[in-house]
Design a binder for this molecule. Sequence first.
Ligand SMILES: [Zn+2]
Length: 452
Amino acid sequence: MPGPDLLLVNGKFTTLDRSRPTATAVLIRDGRFAVVGDEAEARAAAGAEVQVIDLEGRRVIPGLIDSHMHVIRGGLNYNMELRWDGVPSLSDAMAMLKAQAQVTPPPQWLRVVGGFSEHQFAEKRLPTLDELNAVAPETPVFILHLYDRALLNRAALRAVGYTRDTPDPPGGQIQRDAAGEPTGLLLAQPNATILYATLSRGPKLPREYQLNSTRHFMRELNRLGVTGVIDAGGGAQNYPDDYAVIEKLHAEGEMTVRVSYNLFTQKPKEELADFAGWARQITPGQGDDLYRHNGAGEMLVYSAADFEDFRAPRPEAPAGMESELEPVIRLLVENRWPWRLHATYDETIDRALDVFERVNRDVPFDGLHWFFDHAETISPRNIDRIAALGGGIAIQHRMAYQGEDFAARYGETAAEVTPPIGRMMAAGLPVGAGTDATRSPATTPGSRSTGW
Ligand SMILES: [Zn+2]
């Protein structure tokens, strides 16, 4: 049963239509634009029943679609996090932390998990451990900076139980003072497992609160103009168990963002079995406009995942990577499963493309949708190889957080074309834009998350 027409007048519409880039009024009928123009045109076409909204000169943009987000997992924790996104100074950030500490009694934690970097602060530095202890003497504080370090105050160290006798985990370092006691600084050396494993020791929200938390996360996205996201899966985001919250919201008609989601393998060395099992359970495209399955990724095999930390040298994928990736790609193509693959560096993309081209010769991709995520340092040659295979690229603004580190390692000139968006567009590739928000993997003890 169609409702009344909706007439929006006195607005500033950004149409993205080159032949008519702006409009001041629109008429919407049955959920579609019937007129885009001025008030006289729109009124003339309106039906007998019409709801009129005067926008009083406000800007109207198309709903934004974020092609790389971790909304399903992020929603489970959103209400527990203090966010420093865009906060201009460390003193402002610390004032927020102090205010939050006063209303957050232990055993709950104060968490700032991703979404900021020291470069955004006027002071160009992170808080010291002493500063954290001063603003929050009782409540555990956990602050995650990108994927390289976490800062814990004394209360958090007590809560997680790290002492002088706690060994450093593989790939991670617990910084010690002269007496051998942990200082509260945890370092990825080089992988971020220690950071997420420590975060996972904090309290979790009960199910009812996770529903509320996910609603708030979606509402915040709406506030920023986001109406659709593609969920890139993530470490510790098991299908179907960790999808119960989003599926309940969908079943109850509470989605305020359209979500399509990719499935992310959770088992190093058993990735093929994961995808084979899922291919029997679910079909790409299954769902509806508000919640739909979108294929595989962004993790296809752990050996192909090049962890990005521009402070550190580029990691080289192990020699056996191709022999693990190939059967997974073959399975996906045979089952007509679209995929996305996390790949930061051109060297990783180059080797993945060798695999894709080999599979395509046996089992033609034939228009199947697939793309690389990130691709910061992709070469012109590999952009052309992607175009030839009908693929795309999803880029994010990771350089906004790590551009200084990238430029320090690779030079300002390289940073200017990182990622090379103009070159991708010129090659005719579909290019998606996204945020990778909120970069806040929540792991369960024993899980393998390394930071996607
Ligand atoms: Zn990724």
